[in-house]
Design a protein around this ligand. Structure first.
Ligand code: FPP
Length: 246
């Protein structure tokens, strides 16, 4: 089994994003309710955050709740929100001990009051940390994010704050929820599905994609290392030829 010490520290992905999928199927395989899968998914979150921090990954972004997830059964949505509040409360100390700064992206004002309060408390209490940025995507949808950016930029154009000819990629980046993050280098999706599901569509333009046939609650150190080793063995050409890179 792979371990963290196999990773080449000179070629780390700056920004890893993860679509944590398969909690429901993991629970079903065990004859349990879907929420049991989410409860066990928390341990995989803790383990992955800790391992990324140990590797000194600069940014880790986790897809915890999509705009589409609001359509799930009420009891499942409530459980996910409760898990979020409980985990934030429980992990504050560990985040600080590991010098991790918490951030959130998405329509945060659509979350229940309790979740918003806990989130803003942990964000502010970790804001001075200088290590890894851990971003939770909550009530997040990439099309929604792009739509909001377009609205904001259009308003600025209308008010003569920006002129249309000055709209470039940097301007768009600064109007996205992710304005404080670099582009994604490595996108991991668990559970064997090969889809992006409305996650960071703009930010993954040049990301390496890694799909793994393991349900999220089972995702551990050796899976993370496998994904990073795969990333480190790929040639990222950004549209150039191999010869131009060498
Ligand atoms: C996808 O599995 C998972 C989610 C929608 C939620 C992820 C949440 C957690 C891992 C727990 C709480 C998170 C934090 C940050 C404390 P699925 O339910 O879509 O699984 P399925 O595809 O098998 O149905």
């Amino acid at each position: 089994m792979h371990t963290l010490d196999e990773v080449n520290k000179e070629k780390l992905p700056k920004h890893i994003a993860i679509i944590m999928d398969g909690n429901g199927r993991w629970a079903k395989q065990r004859g349990k309710l879907r929420v049991f899968g989410h409860e066990n998914g928390v341990e995989a979150v803790r383990n992955t955050v800790e391992n990324c921090a140990k590797l000194q990954i600069q940014c880790l972004t986790l897809y915890a709740f999509s705009t589409e997830n609001w359509n799930r059964p009420k009891v499942e949505v409530q459980t996910l929100m409760k898990l979020l509040v409980a985990s934030l409360r429980k992990e504050l100390e560990t985040l600080n001990k590991n010098n991790i700064r918490l951030k959130a992206i998405g329509k945060i004002d659509s979350l229940p009051q309790k979740a918003q309060k806990e989130l803003s408390e942990v964000i502010s209490k970790t804001s001075k940390n200088t290590g890894m940025i851990l971003t939770l995507a909550l009530s997040y949808g990439s099309r929604d994010e792009i739509k909001s950016a377009i609205k904001e930029i259009s308003t600025k154009v209308k008010n003569n704050i920006i002129s249309p000819e000055n709209i470039d990629e940097a301007v768009i980046n600064t109007h996205l929820y992710t304005h404080f993050l670099p582009d994604v280098d490595l996108l991991i999706r668990t559970s064997g599905e090969h889809r992006i599901s409305n996650f960071l569509l703009w930010q993954i333009a040049y990301a390496e994609l890694y799909f793994i046939d393991v349900f999220w609650p089972d995702f551990r150190e050796h899976h993370l290392v496998e994904a990073i080793l795969s990333y480190q063995n790929r040639e990222r050409r950004f549209g150039k030829t191999s010869e131009q890179l060498n």
